[in-house]
Design a protein around this ligand. Structure first.
Ligand SMILES: [Zn+2]
Length: 419
């Protein structure tokens, strides 16, 4: 199946119209808030989307008190036995920059020159900020007025999923199995899956929360936390000879033995690191907090072994010193779960190619909601939503990305209908 020009044009128009509407609804989440969702206004967008989903003929719509929206699209006739899949996007935007009173601006036929902002003369958006812009010359680019973020992260994802639902309703030739749509609150503050109801989700889901057009993310860090406690002995410094065991001083020596090249500031792509986040204490006791990151569990295990060897060495070097070493596995590389569902990855690649884009496999140097969902038993690769320079006043998206991501959703659903 090829998506016709008519449907492509429809997707562009529908997704763009939705995107412009959704970004104007203020949904910044708040890490300091103890309530769930962290901000009331996320419920407003959820309410609007629930209504729109209902009007589009989706069923079993739930908008729960935590702000999650779930909806089911019945399968095309004859495709009742196809494996159900889900599409997920998040409602909130980052606190990094204001998301209130967003006024999107469309720059038609982008000419490659610096983009200026009406509400902020201090900044411009140029190819130096985002090399991808060069590829987008000739396209329509959406930016802000320079005083807020845009919120393409993740309202582009929402608009694309909604546009696909609209197309499924309007063009019955687009075949699909049972589809679940889910919109989540508080992703940006790390709570996006905390109250998600797994029973409402199918066995395979896709988040539309990636960045550049064509991108597919199937891998994230294997992540560990480490805490190292140094227990020394304090004595009056004037009478400390052969007695004092200065915990904080020894701790700083110990930490200086970590390989400098394996730190966040010296690594990129697939390289892992040790990252010292905090060191506090005194002569008596000192505690260091670190994180260890890598794409391969084995490499993190080597780092843990290195720390254990250092502990043994330091306890020998400073008799009386005690070092307590504790590791906590924070999250696992989602590839370990996705590998068991190779089909979910392969079909996503196929769908991106069918949308006439080059597939860009990208490894996330962090974690996502998809990571946590994959861990909970719902393998969830992350597909591009098209927005660039997230969490910034310079955030932008080419309108074509809205159409292309919607196409990918439609192709993907169709591919799942085939054996
Ligand atoms: Zn996001």
């Amino acid at each position: 199946m090829i998506i016709s020009e008519e449907i492509q044009e429809f997707l562009l128009k529908d997704a763009l119209d939705r995107f412009i509407r959704y970004v104007q609804i203020w949904t910044t989440s708040d890490i300091k808030s103890a309530s769930f969702p962290s901000t009331e206004n996320q419920l407003e967008l959820g309410k609007l989307l629930s209504k729109e989903l209902k009007d589009l003929g989706l069923e079993n719509i739930v908008h729960d008190k935590f702000g999650y929206v779930y909806a089911g699209l019945p399968p095309s006739k004859g495709f009742e036995n196809v494996k159900p899949i889900g599409f997920i996007a998040h409602l909130d935007t980052s606190q990094a920059v204001s998301g209130k009173d967003v006024k999107p601006v469309i720059h038609r036929n982008y000419d490659g020159r610096d983009i200026k902002f009406s509400q902020n003369k201090e900044i411009t958006l140029s190819i130096a900020d985002s090399p991808q812009l060069e590829k987008y010359i000739g396209l329509d680019i959406i930016t802000t007025q320079g005083d807020t973020l845009l919120g393409a992260d993740n309202k582009a994802g929402i608009a694309e999923i909604m546009a696909a639902c609209t197309a499924w309703q309007k063009f019955p030739e687009l075949k699909h199995g049972p589809i679940t749509v889910c919109f989540t609150p508080d992703e940006e503050i790390g709570r996006g899956t905390r109250k998600i109801k797994k029973k409402f989700l199918p066995e395979i889901c896709y988040t539309l929360d990636g960045s550049e057009m064509g991108q597919l993310e199937i891998e994230c860090f294997d992540a560990w936390g480490a805490s190292i406690k140094f227990k020394g002995l304090n004595v009056h410094p004037g009478y400390a000879k052969n007695l004092m065991i200065n915990a904080i001083h020894i701790a700083s020596r110990f930490l200086s033995e970590l390989p400098e090249a394996e730190s966040p500031e010296h690594t990129e792509d697939r390289e892992g690191f040790y990252h010292l986040m905090n060191l506090e204490g005194d002569e008596e006791e000192a505690t260091a907090t670190l994180i260890l990151r890598d794409f391969e569990l084995k490499k993190n295990q080597k780092r843990m072994k290195y720390l254990e060897n250092l502990k043994n060495l330091y306890e020998l070097r400073y008799p009386g010193l005690k070092i307590e070493l504790n590791f906590l596995h924070q999250y696992q590389n989602m590839l370990t779960f996705l590998e068991k569902e190779q089909k979910a990855i392969d079909l996503a690649k196929n769908a991106i190619e069918l949308a006439d884009l080059e597939v860009k496999i990208h490894s996330i140097r962090g974690g996502t909601d998809g990571t946590k969902l994959s861990e909970k038993g719902v393998p969830t690769p992350n597909i591009f939503a098209g927005g660039m320079l997230f969490h910034s006043r310079k955030e932008y998206i080419p309108t074509l990305a809205l159409q292309k991501a919607a196409e990918v959703i439609i192709y993907l659903a169709e591919l799942w209908t085939k054996k």
